[in-house]
Design a protein around this ligand. Structure first.
Ligand code: IDP
Ligand code: MG
Length: 142
């Protein structure tokens, strides 16, 4: 399986719950390496640009306001099959539907405040990593 990079974001709710360490532990125990980090408090405008693909969705405004409600931890993760593996560790978007033992089952309170973001394709991973990081910030661990 190919080595990939993906963007993970620990969202404001999980940062506020002080579970950054627990979430990163799950990534590391499953073979993913953190190769860049950026803790940032996004403006609503920046959150809007990041989630531009959802601009037409009814929840877009709430999503941008939630994502700019406090600091987030953006990370670039690297490892075999990183994109799908991260999505698997995250669990379903709606924590009520998230499999037991996933990050969202354990830490998310609702579909809005659902603890983590993860890129959903190679194309989006490249765009999303580029949103938060310059090449100089990324330290491959291969
Ligand atoms: P994902 O984060 O699992 O990839 P997406 O469908 O890409 O899910 O949606 C992006 C984010 O928008 C979700 O993580 C969630 O916070 C929010 N969201 C998605 N669907 C809904 C909804 O039906 N109501 C409220 N918020 C939603
Ligand atoms: Mg998504």
């Amino acid at each position: 399986m190919a080595v990939q990079r993906t963007l993970s974001i620990i969202k404001p709710d999980a940062v506020a719950k002080n579970v950054i360490g627990d979430i990163i532990r799950r990534f590391e125990e499953n073979g993913l390496s953190v190769i860049a980090t950026n803790m940032i408090h996004l403006s609503a405008e920046q959150a809007g640009r990041f989630y531009a693909v959802h601009a037409e969705r009814p929840f877009y405004k709430d999503l941008c306001s939630f994502m700019s409600s406090g600091p987030v931890l953006a990370m670039c993760l690297e490892g075999k099959n990183a994109i799908a593996l991260n999505r698997q560790l995250m669990g379903a978007t709606n924590p009520k539907e998230a499999e037991e033992g996933t990050i969202r089952a354990d830490h998310a309170d609702s579909i809005d405040a659902n603890a983590v973001h993860g890129s959903d394709s190679e194309e989006n991973a490249a765009i999303e990593i580029d949103f938060f990081f310059s090449n100089l910030d990324i330290n491959s661990r291969l």
